[in-house]
Design a protein around this ligand. Structure first.
Ligand SMILES: C[S@@+](CC[C@H](N)C(=O)[O-])C[C@H]1O[C@@H](n2cnc3c(N)ncnc32)[C@H](O)[C@@H]1O
Ligand SMILES: Nc1nc2[nH]cc(C(=O)O)c2c(=O)[nH]1
Ligand code: SF4
Ligand SMILES: [Mg+2]
Length: 257
């Protein structure tokens, strides 16, 4: 996936002060979750502490690429999209980077609504309007049969890291949240139920079922065609919310959408 045409490639050393590795920066509609359909600027950082076999952002995780951008330049490019007042910080895993907090602070000071898309393994103190948490289930683990790159070398590390109840509890207690699960099929639901029970037991804040979202796994229209109805039925059966992947419906798997 290309980096944004406006994000010049430059070594990290050339950027003074706060900076982030940016894989792409683009204007689109929020395609997932409670704000689906909202015009938003997306800042996609590179680098991740997990390796989901199905990752739709391969060039931030399995083969990370980026341009290093100063936080000031990121903010300037965000502001160039005049009509947007929502910013989505995603990745990769954006919260592995210290300067994610610097960026969120500057965006908040400018009055932007900020959503952070996170795998829920890291809690940071930052001005976040919606923490969009997508805890990773066992079905995300890159077993040798499913590894997109090697032979399952990441499987154990991914398994050990994918759930951190303390981090999940802190995110739930400190932010407005949605819990957005990538669903590959009915076998994922018992794990979602059991994980939710665990998070509810460590968090002081209530998590209503309407803040629990089921999202079909799939990076193309064809994959979603094959899965979305089953996931919608599961949402009805369990009383959770269904979320589409509007950007995939609209633009399939095109970059910068
Ligand atoms: C690329 S991730 C970046 C943020 C963070 N690392 C995370 O996983 O939440 C952005 C969103 O895409 C979801 N996602 C990634 N690959 C997907 C796929 N193949 N099908 C459906 N959702 C996917 C993630 O679960 C997450 O909600
Ligand atoms: N349009 C659009 N909406 C999104 N919502 C979350 C995304 C992400 O990759 O985090 C995403 C994305 O990649 N594109
Ligand atoms: S946690 Fe997010 S960015 Fe990392 S590999 Fe999984 S889907 Fe991709
Ligand atoms: Mg995406």
């Amino acid at each position: 996936m290309p980096v944004s045409s406006t994000a010049d490639e430059q070594p990290a050393d050339d950027v003074d002060g706060a900076a982030l590795p940016v894989n792409e920066l683009f204007y689109s509609l929020q395609g997932e979750g409670k704000f689906t359909g909202t015009p938003s600027v997306f800042v996609r950082t590179s680098g991740c502490n997990l390796r989901c076999w199905f990752c739709d952002s391969y060039h931030t995780s399995w083969e990370p690429t980026h341009a290093t951008m100063s936080v000031d330049d990121i903010v300037e490019e965000v502001q160039s999209h005049d009509d947007a007042d929502h910013v989505v910080l995603t990745g990769g895993e954006p919260l592995i980077h210290d300067d994610a907090v610097t960026l969120l602070q500057q965006l908040d000071d400018l009055g932007y609504h900020t959503t952070v898309e996170t795998n829920g393994t890291i809690h940071r103190d930052a001005p976040i309007d919606l923490a969009s948490i997508s805890p990773k289930l066992a079905s995300s683990t890159p077993t040798p049969e499913r590894d997109p790159k090697g032979d399952g070398e990441w499987a154990d590390r991914h398994e050990e890291r994918r759930i951190d109840l303390d981090a999940l509890g802190a995110l739930v207690d400190n932010y407005n949240v949605q819990l957005k699960f990538v669903v590959t099929g009915p076998d994922d639901l018992p794990e979602i139920e059991s994980l939710l029970a665990d998070v509810r037991s460590v968090a002081a804040s209530r998590i209503p079922d309407s803040d629990v979202l089921l999202m079909p796994e799939g990076t193309t229209r064809d994959e979603l065609d094959a899965r979305r109805n089953e996931v919608a039925e599961l949402a009805m059966e369990y009383g959770y919310r269904y979320t589409p992947r509007l950007h995939v419906d609209l633009w399939n798997d095109a970059p910068e959408t």
